[in-house]
Design a protein around this ligand. Structure first.
Ligand SMILES: [Zn+2]
Ligand SMILES: [Zn+2]
Length: 230
């Protein structure tokens, strides 16, 4: 007996059960960053109109204040709609199959983009050990594994997790994020161009802090690549 597997989005029966959750139509709604709009050169934020330096307001403020440690951060998709739902399934309900759909669409989107920079070390924003234990796996590492099978895991250590940063005021956010990360393996980053992988870029506070500690530890440059831009 064969069980029919339905598309999670529209309920249509999926023709071949290859582990995916969505039909092709549904998956095409996952829109890649930069397919249609102008975007900030530092963080992939959508710009309504092009600006002189092609920076969004947040990045422009950071640059003005000299708080710039991250060279740039690029995202594959915007964090909305079906992509967001799939990723939340993977992250909060441990559904790894949801990541297969995102990966498939990511391959298509990235074919048309010059996305991966030349670097010396690839690492990721680590989860707190307790978060990892609770989830049983790292969705970030799992997602990026086809592109980076040998990501260096133990460059950084996360001492705690700052929640719901979007709801905090800027000063509170900075305080929550500050000193959250420790560079455990300075020897791996001194003089190196480092690429940091993560899942969602929301305010940029986390990646900016990661970049700050890596640069302090002697990294030559720090860039980020994320699955989603919120
Ligand atoms: Zn469907
Ligand atoms: Zn920006």
């Amino acid at each position: 007996m064969r069980l029919d597997v339905m598309c999670l989005g529209c309920g249509k029966i999926l023709e071949n059960d290859d582990g995916k959750l969505l039909c092709k139509d549904e998956l095409s709604h996952l829109v890649g960053v930069g397919e249609k709009t102008f975007r900030c050169v530092r963080c992939d934020q959508e710009l309504i109109a092009p600006t002189e330096d092609m920076l969004c307001y947040d990045c422009w403020q950071r640059v003005k204040k000299g708080e710039v440690f991250l060279k740039d951060s690029q995202a594959i998709f915007f964090y909305r709609g079906v992509g967001r739902e799939l990723y939340q399934l993977a992250k909060f309900e441990g559904n790894k199959r949801a990541l297969l759909d995102i990966q498939q669409r990511a391959r298509e989107v990235l074919q048309k983009r010059d996305f991966f920079p030349e670097v010396d070390v690839v690492t990721l924003v680590p989860s707190h050990w307790y978060t990892l234990l609770r989830r049983g796996y790292s969705p970030v590492e799992w997602f990026w594994s086809p592109w980076f099978p040998n990501v260096v895991r133990d460059v950084l250590v996360r001492r705690w997790t700052a929640k719901n940063q979007k709801k905090l005021r800027r000063e509170e956010r900075l305080r929550m994020v500050r000193d959250q990360f420790i560079v455990k393996r300075k020897d791996l980053v001194v003089g190196k161009r480092v690429l940091v992988l993560d899942d969602v870029y929301t305010t940029g506070s986390t990646l900016e802090e990661v970049a700050r500690v890596l640069r302090l530890a002697g990294a030559q440059s720090v860039q980020a690549r994320v699955i989603f831009r919120d």
